[in-house]
Design a protein around this ligand. Structure first.
Ligand code: NAP
Length: 287
């Protein structure tokens, strides 16, 4: 397959351990939640053809094998791809984490993963210890089979607990973040710690696309509401991973480097915040 990569800016990641080579994550990626394994090969292949080079998957999505088939067939040099996966909730205990990481790598057909995240903190799950889980992630990092480790859905106190106990700061925290849930406080915490913020459900699972203010801004800029939202994430220095199963939307969601939101337009989108979650609150998720 030959396709031209979308020229996407990268964000340097804080190093998890001393001596590892510098790592930088592409700011725009492609989400695969709810893309079943049977469709994943075709959909990821289409995304790669459109020019995405950063794919976000997870053990929980059950599609790593399909993603792996697309990666194996694409012919794109490995160093031009960025692949993220995540540790599933039942796999936090050391043996389960190590075994499931092996399965992830086998399914993705990769020798080295770019980023491995703890999917949910499970802070209220009996028998699960945030620090133990993070120590296993550090062990995986030190094995050299992943370039960076991070977390997902961690709140301020979860981050501080694992950093204080281990001295190793997650490179990334992937959290629900969009104009209805701007996570201003958590973003400030991340800035202080040197953690890159990654936005999941960046379009609010599509719900934001009907917002009248976003429609007004889209008209003003001559683009679509989804493009306004993705541009807003990029201009806030966030990593953004919109998901779509439609090729035409894949193209539109990546066509966000030819225009900019003014400071006034950014503020108008910021003002839409209403603390609205489209997914689970981190405290609710248990094994
Ligand atoms: N770490 C976590 O706990 C976590 C949780 C959730 C998600 N994620 C990650 O974040 C990724 C993105 O989040 P998400 O999939 O929940 O939601 P999203 O990207 O915010 O929105 C996806 C929805 O928007 C629609 N859509 C996308 N682009 C569109 C466009 N240009 N015009 C109109 N509709 C459009 C899609 O429909 P079609 O597909 O029908 O086009 C789909 O219904 C996931 O795929 C996953 O990789 C992580």
């Amino acid at each position: 397959m030959s396709s031209t990569a979308i020229p996407v800016p990268v964000l340097p990641l804080r190093q998890g351990t001393a001596g590892t080579e510098p790592v930088a994550i592409p700011q725009l990626g492609f989400g695969t939640y709810k893309v079943g394994d049977a469709d994943a090969e075709r959909i990821v292949d289409q995304a790669l053809q459109v020019g995405y080079r950063h794919i976000d998957t997870a053990q929980m999505y059950g599609n790593e094998a399909g993603v792996g088939r697309a990666l194996a067939a694409c012919g794109i040099p490995r160093d031009q791809l960025w692949i993220t996966s995540k540790l599933n909730n039942p796999n936090h205990r050391r043996e389960d984490a190590l075994r499931s990481f092996d399965a992830t790598m086998a399914d993705l057909q990769l020798d080295v993963l770019d980023l491995f995240l703890v999917h949910w903190p499970l802070a209220n799950s009996p028998g699960i210890d945030l620090v133990d889980t993070w120590r296993t992630m550090i062990e995986i990092l030190q094995s050299g089979r992943v370039r960076a480790i991070g977390v997902s859905n961690y709140q301020d106190e979860h981050l501080r607990t694992i950093i204080d106990a281990t001295g190793v700061t997650p490179a990334v925290n992937q959290v629900e973040l969009h104009p209805y849930l701007t996570q201003r406080e958590l973003r400030t915490v991340h800035e202080g710690l040197g953690v890159v913020t990654e936005s999941w459900s960046p379009l609010g699972r599509g719900r934001l696309l009907e917002d009248p203010e976003l429609a007004r801004l889209a008209e003003e800029l001559g683009v679509r509401p989804a493009q306004v939202i993705i541009r807003w994430h990029l201009q806030h220095g966030l990593v953004v991973i919109p998901k779509t199963t439609h090729v035409e939307r894949m193209r539109a969601n990546a066509d966000v480097f030819g225009f900019e939101l003014t400071a006034e337009q950014m503020a108008a989108v910021d003002a839409l915040d209403r603390g609205l979650r489209t997914g689970s609150h981190p405290d609710q998720v248990q094994v």
